[in-house]
Design a protein. Structure first.
Length: 256
């Protein structure tokens, strides 16, 4: 692990843009802190930084979760392991995915249930042609071919939120490819009954939640950087790009 650690350093309320978690990074001159997090961990579900990894033969075999949950985010298949871009942002690292086969998984974790969650992701991507299913997936618990009419599923990417909350939907938005963005995905925002995206503090198009129980639990594994379904045309939904940091917070009862 490096002495310097990529982390969010600014804390401010973002209620005016609907992002109720109080953790955000600044894209210009991203700052780095030491091991003590600059925010409360009471509602923290996942915290991944690109300098906190285990390498096997030069590839990422485990991404350490620095949240209290300490989830195991791993890749046991040597051919599917991503690499490290050591100087991705301000000469500090990001995890690099090849767009065709590399991803990490944590098993059946991070079930949203009846809560509202915010995902903060510092990342860039180089692909995004949804018509051919080249969706640059950052993370998700999603498989359209697995009980897709009855099970809630979700995935977040650089160009879309993919949802199955009683019906299959792809919510598009516009972000800058080939450069780092700070994404905030509000999944199942129950205060506003919406799914929302904020990019570099700018609110992108949102979509209303479908009616129903809206219990977002499912038994699918979480994947980071790649598709849940590794066959048929949907296998093209891999991230070609880098992820520097992921912070996930349960904002349903958060004081933020």
């Amino acid at each position: 692990m490096n002495d310097n650690i990529l982390s969010s350093t600014n804390s401010k309320l973002l209620r005016e843009i609907g992002c109720i978690c109080a953790i955000i990074c600044t894209m210009i001159g991203i700052a780095y802190a030491q091991d003590t997090p600059p925010f409360s961990t009471d509602h923290l579900q996942l915290w991944l930084r690109a300098d906190s990894v285990e390498l096997t033969d030069g590839k990422v075999s485990r991404w350490y979760d620095l949240s209290p949950n300490q989830y195991e985010i791993v890749q046991t298949n040597a051919n599917a392991r991503p690499t490290i871009n050591e100087s991705a942002i301000n000469n500090l690292p990001a995890i690099q995915f090849n767009g065709t086969s590399t991803y990490l998984t944590g098993g059946d974790i991070l079930d949203i249930g009846l809560d509202s969650w915010s995902w903060f992701i510092v990342a860039k991507y180089n692909n995004g042609n949804y018509n051919e299913r080249f969706v640059p997936l950052f993370a998700g618990k999603y498989d359209r071919n697995s009980n897709w009419t009855t099970t809630y599923k979700w995935a977040i990417s650089g160009t879309h939120i993919l949802l199955n909350d009683l019906s299959y939907r792809a919510i598009p938005f516009v972000s800058n490819s080939d450069s780092y963005n700070i994404f905030c995905f509000e999944l199942f925002n129950r205060q506003e009954n919406k799914h929302k995206v904020t990019i570099n503090s700018n609110l992108a198009p949102s979509a209303s939640m479908q009616t129903g129980t809206n219990n977002a639990d499912n038994e699918l594994p979480i994947h980071i950087g790649g598709n849940i379904l590794l066959s048929t045309s949907y296998s093209k939904s891999f991230l070609y790009g880098d992820i520097a940091e992921i912070i996930v917070v349960n904002t349903d009862d958060s004081p933020y």
